[in-house]
Write a protein that binds this ligand. Structure first.
Ligand code: DLL
Length: 442
């Protein structure tokens, strides 16, 4: 472990640290961020009203919309001379959400990510290939700073230019790699096309996240690349990558860095807490951030938490894989379904490659869903490039059947020829909304 004292602390120790940091954070936002002062005053709550962790429920929520309204720096709690870096997340439309870090914030973040890399199986002696995009996106620099803090030899390749990535991987033989699962899959496939066995690169662990992915995608990546794939979660508003990470030993739930982030899980409709083990919306409060402290941030991400012991010995609360975002959930004839659930089913169907897109269309006045899947090249040969081939009709029925049994939805299946579904170089675009103009929901 990178920091065993914190990572194996007792619940009482963690909660006592959280409470003192929470009190400090609440006082800080009340005194330094007018948005929070107004919100607190509206609710009639004062910083002194927070005397234990449960008192957090007295505080207002923060939403992405609030950050947008305060664009770019309205929620910053420090003057610009104390801000050492600015990041942002690209929204689905309009301006990005802007976040800032003081030097201390950056130090904390890199320590948290160093800890995460060790949890994922990383060692100081590693070469570490970082295929997350560098730039306003927090993925590239977030992993980079953590890897540097740990002292691994970091390759700051960023996303894109896949052939060059492959040459570098082949020549440098990194032990660790990180990137979005969809982009790493893209790299692995390109290797196959180039006649390189992705399993032959000596990779031992992969740190994948920044987008929803399924256990089936994990199995695909682990098999193709012969590595252990762990899930890393985070969001710019809270910090960036490293809010939580799975451990190499168990790969069973993501350990939350609770010394820096306080987690709640709420019902997105009633806003009331849900029981451990129940799915709900993740809500985080930052406990140490200086430039952009944030209170009860509604992430829109659906997951559950557990306090059960993990076999790795870490004592933190763990969150489940993120099922999806509330705003990515599609409703097909009254049934709610997340793209990741569709992915789970698709990846079990033989004859398809693990790339797909969900198109929302209008049929007359009704909303309808087309599931675009891509045929494996060998199958495409077998059916003589004929998309009306009876074998495809059989496959169509099979997919429909699985969708109906597992996701409880009926949708039209559209077969695409090999290599025609766009490949990701960062976060994959899974939903294409064609109901009005051709807008894309990223
Ligand atoms: O995606 C930070 C990050 C970078 C995380 C690299 C992991 C690795 P944003 O661009 O602000 O930040 O997007 C945050 O991405 O609210 C989730 O909806 C989604 N997300 C992030 N990690 C995961 C994950 C980065 N492991 C949004 N599984 C979050 C599912 C994830 N969704």
């Amino acid at each position: 472990m990178y920091n065993p004292e914190i990572e194996t602390a007792t619940r009482a120790e963690v909660e006592s640290l959280q409470l003192s940091r929470l009190k400090q954070t609440v006082k800080n936002v009340y005194e330094n961020v007018s948005f929070y002062k107004e919100k607190f005053d509206e609710l009639g709550v004062k910083p002194e009203d927070v005397q234990n962790l449960e008192d957090i429920t007295k505080l207002p929520f923060t939403k992405k919309q609030n950050l947008r309204e305060q664009y770019p720096f309205g929620l910053f709690a420090v003057p610009m001379e104390e801000v050492a870096r600015i990041h942002g997340s690209s929204g689905t439309s309009g301006k990005p959400t802007i976040v800032g870090y003081t030097k201390n914030d950056l130090k904390n973040w890199s320590t948290i990510v160093a800890r995460a890399i060790v949890a994922a199986g990383g060692k100081k002696s590693d070469i570490f290939h970082n295929a997350y995009g560098y730039g306003l996106f927090t993925g590239g620099l977030g992993l980079h700073s953590g890897a540097e803090e740990l002292g691994v030899a970091t390759v700051p390749i960023s996303g894109g230019n896949t052939e060059r990535q492959i040459t570098i991987i082949n020549d440098f033989k990194p032990r660790g790699i990180c990137g979005t699962p969809s982009y790493i899959l893209n790299i692995a496939e390109k290797m196959e096309e180039m006649g390189i066995d992705p399993a032959s690169n000596g990779l031992e662990y992969g740190i994948f996240g920044a987008e929803p992915w399924s256990e089936e995608m994990r199995a695909t990546l682990e098999k193709k690349l012969k590595l252990k794939a762990v899930d890393i979660y985070g969001l710019s508003e809270i910090m960036g990558p490293g809010v939580s990470i799975e451990c190499y030993e168990a790969q069973d739930g993501l350990h939350i860095a609770e010394d820096h982030f306080l987690v709640e899980v709420i019902d997105p409709e009633t806003l009331q807490p849900v029981e451990d083990g129940q799915d709900g919306e993740l809500v985080f409060t930052s406990l140490t951030k200086e430039a952009l402290p944030i209170i009860r941030y509604r992430t829109g991400d659906i997951a559950s938490i557990t306090r059960d012991k993990c076999k790795c010995g870490r004592t933190s609360i763990r969150m489940s894989r993120v099922k999806g975002r509330t705003d990515d959930m599609i409703i097909v004839r009254g049934v709610n379904v997340f793209p990741s659930e569709i992915e789970r089913v698709l990846l079990q169907v033989e004859g398809l490659v693990p790339h797909y897109q969900i198109h929302l269309i209008k049929k007359g006045t009704m909303d309808s869903v087309e599931l675009h899947v891509e045929i494996e090249p060998s199958v495409y040969e077998e059916i003589d490039h004929d998309l009306n081939h009876p074998n495809l009709q059989k496959l169509n029925k099979l997919i429909q059947h699985h969708m109906k049994c597992t996701c409880l939805v009926t949708m039209d299946i559209v077969f695409n020829v090999p290599k025609s579904i766009p490949r990701s170089e960062g976060k994959a675009i899974r939903i294409v909304d064609k109901r009005n103009v051709a807008t894309v929901i990223a």
